[in-house]
Design a protein around this ligand. Structure first.
Ligand SMILES: C[S@@+](CC[C@H](N)C(=O)[O-])C[C@H]1O[C@@H](n2cnc3c(N)ncnc32)[C@H](O)[C@@H]1O
Length: 373
């Protein structure tokens, strides 16, 4: 596992143009893979996937998942992962004074949480963070930097709907949600529950930031046979699990499944070099940002003048024409062209609820079109 995966303060700054220079620096950004390299990686992954763990073993791993992470933190405490100081360069929105509520899922011992608390000058900032390992959450609370007025850690298995009902977060309350090497540790079916609930607690206009392992990363290619749980999903020697994402998978999860809008989705292909040993290590990480669109709330109909609970277009719902969000524009176009719109001839209120059901119809259609996650 990569305790050490993220050393640099800023991504994407150094490019390898002359292959002879490869051992002159410790790392190179945006490295192009050759056709041969890609085929070799694919062949390795396919060969490894021919032998998959039994259903019984798979279920046992899921049952022991939080216990295995407890054991991990029992051994490594807060010495394994590095502080994610690069986050401020990659997510400058964190410096935005208006974004006061941050929430990290799968926070571990706080390698993301504490740098945020230390750097933020915002006196109103509150950082909520959860992990399903109670050992990790205890380590967050025991950290010398911990301040209960600014930080709210809690135990939650993000893949379990029932755990979300006890989470101390209201719907539409989070400005920035963070998933840093966390989703990869969850079983793929459970990722959907996690992402859906993150979308639920996110404010309209809020951001989800995701960074995690990408397919073909060195760590994936190093797995020996007998460790493959499912396609792109493996178990480590200590029982913790790891998934390797493709861009397409990430998009389907956040957009098609959770209904968020894509702001950024990129693969970070890095070549790390051990100059002493003259070894090359090809790393692949995926980074993405998603936002929650401003919902059609319909309860501020009619649109003009905006009623008091819709302060100068503050809710930015689709009834405020100056702020029609992207999905509402698409929806209106869809409705205008809809042949089977049974509600087209009814009054504004009913029409608006018709829009709402059509809106759900749109997402349903998109979901049907995309392959299952
Ligand atoms: C690789 S660590 C990353 C920790 C932290 N985000 C960081 O950047 O240092 C993955 C974390 O996800 C947590 N985790 C795994 N599955 C989880 C789940 N279903 N619900 C909540 N946390 C989970 C693990 O306990 C572990 O702390």
């Amino acid at each position: 596992m990569d305790g050490d995966a993220e050393k640099r303060p800023q991504f994407g700054a150094r490019y390898l143009t002359e292959s002879a220079d490869v051992f002159k620096h410790n790392a190179w950004d945006d490295v192009e893979w050759t056709e041969e390299q890609i085929n070799e990686a694919k062949a390795k992954i396919e060969a490894n996937a021919t032998e998959k763990l039994s259903e019984e073993r798979r279920l046992a791993l899921e049952k022991d998942a939080s216990g295995n992470w407890d054991k991990f933190y029992g051994i490594h405490a807060n010495r394994f992962f590095k502080d994610r100081n690069w986050l401020f360069t990659e997510l400058p929105e964190l410096k935005d004074e208006d974004r006061k509520v941050v929430f990290e899922v799968g926070c571990g011992v706080g390698n993301t949480v504490f740098p945020i608390l230390q750097r933020s000058l915002n006196p109103d900032l509150r950082v909520f963070c959860c992990d399903f390992s109670s050992q990790a959450v205890d380590l967050v609370r025991e950290n010398a930097e911990f301040d209960s007025k600014r930080c709210v850690p809690f135990v939650c298995d993000a893949t379990k709907a029932e755990d979300w009902t006890n989470a101390p977060l209201e719907d539409n309350s989070v400005d920035v949600a963070l998933l840093i090497f966390a989703l990869s540790a969850m079983e793929p079916e459970g990722m959907k529950t996690a992402v859906k609930n993150i979308a639920r607690v996110l404010k309209p206009g809020g951001i989800v930031f995701f960074r995690d392992y990408g397919q073909f990363d060195m760590a994936q290619l190093r797995f020996k046979s007998g460790k493959c749980i499912d396609d792109d999903f493996y178990v480590r020697g200590d029982g913790t699990r790891c998934f390797f994402f493709t861009e397409d998978y990430v998009r389907r999860l956040f957009c098609d499944y959770a209904g968020l809008e894509e702001e950024q989705l990129k693969s970070d292909r890095r070549l790390q070099v051990n100059r002493g040993k003259q070894v090359k290590m090809y790393r692949v990480w995926i980074q993405a940002k998603y936002t929650k669109g401003h919902r059609c709330c319909f309860d501020c109909w009619p649109p003009f003048p905006p009623p008091p609970h819709c302060p100068p277009f503050g809710c930015r719902c689709c009834c405020c024409p100056l702020f029609l969000p992207k999905d509402c524009l698409a929806l209106l176009a869809f409705c205008a062209g809809a042949e089977d719109d049974e509600e087209a001839d009814v009054g504004p209120m009913a029409a608006s609820s018709g829009l709402y059901s059509l809106r759900n119809g749109v997402s349903e259609k998109r979901r049907q079109k995309s392959p299952t996650l």
